[in-house]
Write a protein that binds this ligand. Sequence first.
Ligand code: DHB
Ligand code: FE
Length: 285
Amino acid sequence: MAKLVGGMAVSHVPAIGRAIADQKQQDAYWKPFFDGVEPARAWLEEVRPDAAVVIYNDHGLNFFLDKMPTFAVGAAPQYRNADEGWGLPVLHPFAGDPALSWRLIDHLVGEEFDITTCQDMLVDHAFCIPMELFWPDGSPPPAVPVVVNTVQHPLPSALRCFKLGQAIGRAIEAWPEDKRVVVIATGGLSNQLDGERAGFINRAFDQLCLDKLVSDPDALTGYSTRDLVELSGSQGVEILMWIAMSAAMTGRRRRVHSHYHVPISNTAAAVLVIENEPGTNAVAA
Ligand code: DHB
Ligand code: FE
């Protein structure tokens, strides 16, 4: 059977992609952030996943406001990137894993999630930049993109995203293949890109989230969408993907690494790595 090796999460600020393209990882502005990604890469070297389920939010490249699924799952053999207007180089297509996609889709529909199935799908900065950060050699494992609507209200609740994550974890571990799978979340932490509170960052709430994502992610399901916007900014709702990732862990969550750096662009940038150890989910790290 497949093994869920763990979960990872990282911010996806487009400027990170520009810094990678310009090889600015050692510049004073960027070094603290990129140094914080290194332990995540080292962990990946150890666990060597065969596939990645990437939970992220599309920002208008694949879905626009006229058609906005709450949850969507990719089922394509490959996923193309395209120009979003951020001035980033368009990346090579990413390999998909259709067998894992259909496993996930069958399982999620079986658990009564009404998802949109995408056999053709573009992936934006929120998918690509984390893949570049975690696999800078350009060879990430085949991936299954899972899109959560954090763009057009009403958004799925934190509780619904938690349940989605749990179902993803169960689906992976019920896959009768001898494969190692990692679940990745992208976005956050606190950030607001426009309006009166543009640049809003809430360190205390971010720290609480980084703690609870390992020790007790269930505790984060009590926040309403309105609470999340208030506490972490209008785009800080991207924490929903991190909650789903943590909830996917089927065993004991062990904190491998976390890193917090303020700011990158308008965002409190963070990295989190959780290993999915044998045991029960109730145990705190
Ligand atoms: C920024 C952050 C995001 O999550 C995003 O999707 C776009 C921009 C930023 O901080 O610049
Ligand atoms: Fe974003």
